[in-house]
Design a protein around this ligand. Structure first.
Ligand code: GLN
Length: 470
């Protein structure tokens, strides 16, 4: 019997290399769990019919001595990441039957290393949401408490890993979409430096923010995936040479805490756990200092101007002419109207309207340009703070996982889930969310470390140390 609960990439790799089990065995074990659990949890929108073939190919690589770090490792893949020949719907009706014609850069890299793709996971429609409830294909459930959401938008990916339906997963972040579900499901999630990972083959939401982000049960797994998928790609002009990234480890031991960012609206158990985590870090020898990030409190406001602007532009391509759904109409604009009305959900439409408004003549300067000026101030503020401290520490989310149905009639309450995630996305800097304990009712809690551009290695180092303190 494979102990999936405690399985890591390195343990799986060792077991397969020593011939204790094959990738086909591993995949079969996950499939058994999927058959048992996925109907209720709705984590996978599709389990790929060819997983055993993929696993057998990986086993051949291993037998020939050509196995690499991720050969035979089962990945769950968020439904907005293109895998050639597979549907990629972004959990939207408009792309329900859209089949990808090429591999995303990250998929190409993982294929080269022999990884196995188990299936595509549920998410908020076009990655807009914090609970998987805006998915056109039904909510995914939190495996720790099925009456609660797994978080979002990469909720299906997180739920799949947390309930042992895949060893690890790929998600994407535009603003917290991997860290927040990681936090709700008791996992580790990394949002890399903007540009560290290519966006080629990702269904775009907000181009200046989107970043493929790994999810796993521990820091080491996330580190391995990040190292496998990062790097310069000619298809994404904003991607960067990986030699720039993650240079040097051991970035000091000063942790700054912007206490003023969590003055109100934070759950009492989250605060209690955060304070306890700070004490653990102090005991371990870290120097804790108070810091002030006066502009960062505007991160979420800035996000809800820049992101919808980019969303409204990106989603204009779904017009019934080129991809996916196409409704019949009397003329071109009627086709547009009917297709988009039938294909997009409420939240998606809300953001298209918001984005069109902030970009419209007369409001462009007042909203969009102003938001960019504040964004630059936030980025600069972090650059300066990292001259004084090595890490910034906050809770990952203001509350633990909430009930299904909650916040759905109050978009602003839903947006506030990302109050702590937003600064890192806005500034383009990396952040690592990791489990920090449980509520009295047994729900996962999480803290996040934020560092300067390209310092992912420092995140992995402190993350591993923190795992030992638990
Ligand atoms: N909660 C964020 C939003 O609704 C999630 C975006 C993301 O990271 N994909 O926009």
């Amino acid at each position: 019997m494979l102990d999936l609960k405690n399985l890591t990439i390195e343990k799986a790799r060792e077991g397969m290399t020593k011939g204790e089990f094959t990738s086909a065995d591993l995949v079969s074990a996950y499939l058994k769990n999927i058959n048992k659990k996925n109907k209720e949890s709705n984590s996978f929108l599709e389990v790929f019919p060819d997983i055993l073939e993929q696993a057998k190919r990986a086993d051949e690589m291993i037998q020939k001595g050509e196995g690499k770090e991720l050969t035979g490792i089962p990945f769950a893949v968020k439904d907005n990441i293109l895998i050639k020949g597979k549907i990629a719907s972004a959990a939207s009706k408009i792309l329900e039957n859209y089949v990808a014609t090429y591999d995303a850069f990250v998929i190409k890299k993982l294929k080269e290393s022999g990884a196995v793709f188990v299936g595509r996971t549920n998410m908020d429609e076009f990655a807009m949401g914090s609970s998987t409830q805006t998915s056109a294909f039904g909510v995914a459930r939190n495996p720790i408490d099925p009456t609660r959401v797994p978080g979002g938008s990469s909720g299906g990916s997180a739920a799949a890993v947390a309930s042992d339906m895949a060893l690890v997963a790929l998600g994407t972040e535009t603003c917290g979409s991997v860290r927040q579900p990681a936090s709700f499901c008791g996992l580790v999630g990394l949002k890399p430096t903007y540009g560290a990972v290519s966006r080629s083959g990702i269904i775009a939401m907000g181009n200046s923010l989107d970043q493929v982000s790994p999810l796993g049960k521990n820091v080491r797994d996330v580190e391995i995936i990040f190292n496998a998928i990062r790097g310069k790609d000619v298809m994404d002009a904003t991607s960067l040479d990986s030699s720039l990234a993650t240079e040097g480890v051991g970035g000091g031991n000063t942790i700054g805490i912007p206490w003023h960012l969590f003055e109100s609206g934070v759950d009492a158990e989250v605060m209690e756990n955060f304070n306890a985590s700070v004490e653990k870090l102090k005991k371990a020898g870290y120097k804790i200092v108070d810091i002030d990030l006066p502009y960062s409190k505007y991160s979420l406001a800035v996000y809800y101007i820049i992101m919808p602007a980019e969303v409204s532009t990106n989603l204009s391509r779904f017009d019934g002419m080129r991809y996916g759904l196409s409704k019949e109409g009397e003329n071109v604009s009627d086709v547009y109207k009917k297709t988009r009305s039938a294909g997009f959900g409420e939240e998606t439409r809300r953001r298209i309207i918001l984005g069109t408004f902030v970009l419209s003549h007369g409001y462009y300067d007042a909203y969009y340009n102003k938001a960019w000026r504040v964004r630059n101030a936030i980025t600069l503020e972090f650059k300066n703070i990292f001259k004084q401290v090595d890490f910034v520490l906050t809770p990952t989310t203001p509350t633990p996982a909430f009930k299904i149905g909650e916040k759905m009639d109050d978009p602003v309450a839903m947006y506030l889930c990302d109050i702590f995630s937003a600064p890192a996305n806005i500034a383009g800097i990396p952040a690592l969310a990791l489990p920090s304990g449980l509520t009295k009712g047994g729900l996962p809690l999480s803290i996040q470390f934020i560092v300067d551009h390209f310092k992912e290695n420092n995140l992995f180092q402190i993350g591993k140390k923190f795992e030992e303190m638990l």
